[in-house]
Design a protein around this ligand. Structure first.
Ligand SMILES: [Fe+2]
Length: 446
């Protein structure tokens, strides 16, 4: 039995006033979070625990079978303890108790009042690719106040060893270090998911079965689509228990004076993607689609000074894995035939119209930053491996990046300070090296 498959991690769509403390366990009897405003932890809240499904253990001591169904389901429970009634900028100490085991005492603070400083770490595309753990450690040493994660946490979300240290002989020490939670919960000077809320969006590797990404026939059947593992692990962000195509996989939240909108934009593209341009777009984001209507309403209703969008599929970059424009599919006889329209123009128009300051995506694992009509489009996703050669053509839209640097692993920290929002790109060296610094929004312009 493993009481804590993860250390506690923090999720919230109202981070100024409440925080969900979440952990994964194989103990069905749940547990408690003890918390308080100092380390005496004078209060307690019982966690609500629910069995989650879809995650599998290795088929044998030798490891996983490539055939998903040959690997046995792993019985796991997700515990959530909601700490509510908090005030903005309040420091909270907490620890979790489960199955007779107790975590160390961690702390977090709620989102501060508007105008107060905070620090964002932008990440995506870990997927256990070396040396992502080293890059994430360096990010953690900045002690971010919130994390934006633009999709692709693992490669196969059904594999337990890609999320956790599963204490199994087939999982090497290296694999344990690179699994999502061990990577994103590193300590020894880093402060990450135990200490600050993470806001994640859906990437193409968040769908339950990679046949949806690589198998054109399989993915053409709508009933094969599901996102159950990802949505269950991060359910406070994705409370809809409909894990199928009809479920809702986008949301928004206000962190202080920053409005965060997390979209679900991904393509299923067999890597002959130039031959079959993005042959399925999921979720649709073309004008008039459910998600697009929600997005416009969400942005129009926000009074926040700053607006930030995270989405996995890129609108602009020079990666070699699909630079084609983002369009909705035209379905003929159940098959995707063509991309007659263009979502890119539509989305960029929406972002401009509603004063979005920044849009950060992932997928190609590059560092590229564009500035188009006042909106910053940033992919800061080269934490492990980069899908770009040096002299790739410009994106078909023809925009040139303001800054591109794919010489080595890097990361992005965005600071809310007295001047507004400032972005800083760092090379992931032992002493992180600043290579890109820019004002994203001036105070008062947001
Ligand atoms: Fe991706």
């Amino acid at each position: 039995m493993i009481a804590f498959y993860t250390e506690p991690y923090l999720l919230s769509t109202d981070p100024g006033h409440k925080m969900d403390v979440v952990w994964i366990t194989d103990r069905p009897d749940g547990g408690y979070v003890r918390f308080g405003f100092d380390e005496t932890l004078g209060s307690a809240v019982k966690a609500v625990c629910e069995e989650i499904f879809g995650i599998r253990a290795p088929a044998t001591d030798g490891g996983y079978s490539d055939i998903k169904e040959e690997n046995p389901p792993l019985t796991l429970y997700r515990c959530i303890a909601e700490i509510d009634g908090l005030e903005q900028g309040q420091r909270v100490y907490y620890r979790c108790e489960c199955g007779g085991e107790i975590t160390k005492t961690y702390d977090f603070h709620t989102a501060p009042k508007p105008g107060e400083p905070f620090k964002i770490a932008q990440m995506s595309d870990l997927q256990g690719i070396n040396p992502c753990a080293d890059t994430v450690y360096k990010i953690g040493c900045f002690e971010p106040d919130l994390i934006l994660f633009s999709g692709d946490a693992t490669f196969h979300p059904w594999r337990a060893d890609q999320w956790f240290d599963i204490r199994h002989p087939s999982q090497t020490e290296e694999q344990k270090k690179l699994a999502f939670f061990p990577c994103m919960q590193q300590q020894n000077g880093a402060k990450l998911m135990q200490y600050c809320p993470t806001f994640l969006c859906v990437g193409n590797h968040e769908s339950d079965d990679m046949r949806l990404v690589f198998d054109r026939e399989y993915s053409s059947h709508g009933e094969n689509w599901s996102w159950s593992v990802f949505m269950q692990l991060f359910s406070p962000l994705f409370p809809d228990k409909d894990y199928s195509l009809t479920g809702k996989r986008y949301y928004s939240a206000d962190y202080s004076d920053l409005h965060i909108t997390a979209l679900s934009v991904q393509r299923c593209a067999g890597w002959g993607a130039y031959d079959y341009p993005g042959w399925r777009l999921t979720d649709p984001i073309n004008e008039g689609s459910e998600q697009a209507k929600w997005l416009e309403e969400d942005l129009a209703n926000s009074k926040a000074r700053f607006k930030w969008v995270i989405m996995h599929w890129h609108l602009l970059n020079r990666g070699y894995d699909t630079q084609i424009k983002l369009g909705p599919p035209l379905i003929e006889d159940g098959k995707v035939a063509d991309y007659p329209d263009d979502c890119t123009d539509y989305l960029m128009g929406v972002f401009e119209k509603y004063g979005v300051n920044g849009v950060s995506f992932g997928h190609s694992h590059v560092y590229e930053r564009y500035l188009v009509n006042g909106v910053h489009y940033i992919e800061a996703a080269y934490l492990g491996y980069c899908y770009r050669r040096e002299n790739e053509p410009l994106h078909p839209l023809g925009f040139s990046p303001e800054v591109e640097d794919n010489s080595q692993q890097s990361f992005l920290i965005i600071s809310r300070d007295e001047n507004g929002l400032t972005g800083r790109g760092y090379h992931a060296k032992d002493e992180p090296e600043l290579f890109d610094e820019y004002r994203i929004a001036d105070n008062g312009e947001g």
